[in-house]
Design a protein around this ligand. Structure first.
Ligand code: GLY
Length: 374
């Protein structure tokens, strides 16, 4: 089943190289990806898809296209195009870091280290967190962290490994600890975001940006947490991170609906019109795959997590993938960017496509994503 799904994804990616040219897909509208120059937080996912297709097939077409995207990311860095946010980790882990991991290209490594410095500059020493969005002192977002940032931290851990400079790892650990303490709740659910006093670091309150309401659990946020804490465990071997990833995964799997693909929020009232977020299920599946590699063979949670992984992936392949629609641009239907503000509430999401393919090629061939050295 995975092989057929991957082959379908590879065929679509091949067609998309022609369709997209030098632009980058973001989310869809009326069944077509909206394309942008390299200036969105999502542009690394297209690079990542190209690198995964190259590693799976060995076809130079994918390699050449992926390398072109890295050239574009170099120009973006040089011209500082929209790098004033924490998603630098997504952008450069899946583009230049992927090139470094696959080809050992020194220039790609240098570019990725530059990106790590840009991310590090978002560390706020007074508040002791990485500011997600906006400039320093921003009245709305100056004191705000978000759970998605857990997937940006691997860039900092990696920079520590490459340079030996402890500042990268120290900041990543302090931020992961703060996220664990304030974003993860006692019942294993999560806040999407949390506000602190930027001057003192004092905790103010949890809240949401894309979830149903401030105290609800946005499913994609929970998925970012599953994968992000597993990756922090990979780099630090702090057992608290592993336990946190596991707790978040349990909560997620226990609430899978009948077709095994999550609604957009775990607390939203469900009726026939309630939107899904297939991208949340794809991220969670990729995260559970990582989590499983760190568990002992006899871990009491292993069977439950493996079952949750299989159910999620089967649910996606059988009910949400565009297999059988050869002209479709996206790999997964029914993702949601922000149902709350009616922003692409039922469309393709390029990050959903990336994590879906990452999970598939890991299941089929053991090819990992680009979050750490292999
Ligand atoms: N990291 C932004 C999102 O998940 O929509």
């Amino acid at each position: 089943m995975w092989k057929q799904a991957i082959e379908d994804a590879v065929q679509k990616t091949r067609a998309n190289i022609e369709r997209f040219g030098s632009q980058f897909p973001h989310v869809s509208e009326n069944g077509h990806y909206l394309l942008n120059d390299n200036d969105e937080w999502t542009d690394g996912f297209w690079s990542g898809i190209l690198w995964l297709c190259y590693e799976y097939t060995g076809d130079e077409v994918f390699k050449a296209a992926a390398e072109r995207t890295v050239d574009s990311f170099r120009k973006r860095m040089d011209a500082k195009v929209k790098l004033d946010h924490h998603d630098i980790g997504f952008l450069y882990s899946l583009s230049s870091k992927a090139q470094w991991i696959i080809e050992r290209d020194e220039k790609a490594k240098e570019l990725t280290l530059q990106a790590a410095d840009v991310l590090l500059a978002r560390w706020r020493p007074k508040g002791q967190y990485i500011q997600a969005w906006g400039p320093e002192g921003d009245p709305q977002n100056g004191g705000r962290i978000i759970i998605d940032c857990m997937l940006n931290l691997p860039l900092l851990y990696w920079a520590y490994e490459q340079t030996g400079d402890a500042k990268y790892k120290e900041v990543a650990i302090l931020h992961a600890d703060k996220s664990r303490r304030f974003l993860v709740r006692g019942d294993d659910s999560s806040y999407h975001t949390f506000y602190f006093d930027p001057e003192t670091g004092g905790a103010i309150r949890g809240g949401t940006h894309q979830g149903y309401q401030d105290g609800s659990t946005w499913t994609r946020g929970q998925a970012w947490g599953i994968y992000g804490f597993a990756l922090s465990y990979h780099y630090t071997k702090n057992p608290l991170y592993l336990e946190t990833s596991k707790r978040l995964a349990r909560f997620f799997i226990e609430r899978l609906p009948e077709d095994n693909v999550v609604y957009w929020d775990f607390d939203v009232p469900v009726n026939a019109d309630t939107k899904r977020d297939s991208s949340g299920s794809a991220i969670a599946a990729a995260g559970i795959l990582e989590l499983l590699t760190h568990l002992e063979a006899n871990d009491p949670d292993r069977a439950f997590l493996e079952d949750g992984l299989q159910r999620s992936m089967k649910g996606l392949v059988e009910g949400y993938a565009t297999i059988g629609q050869p002209d479709a641009e996206g790999l997964l239907e029914h993702g949601s960017y922000s149902v709350r503000v009616d922003l692409s509430p039922d469309d393709y999401m390029i990050w959903g496509d990336y994590y879906y393919l990452e999970a598939l090629v890991r299941l089929e061939k053991g090819i990992k994503g680009y979050w750490y050295e292999r």
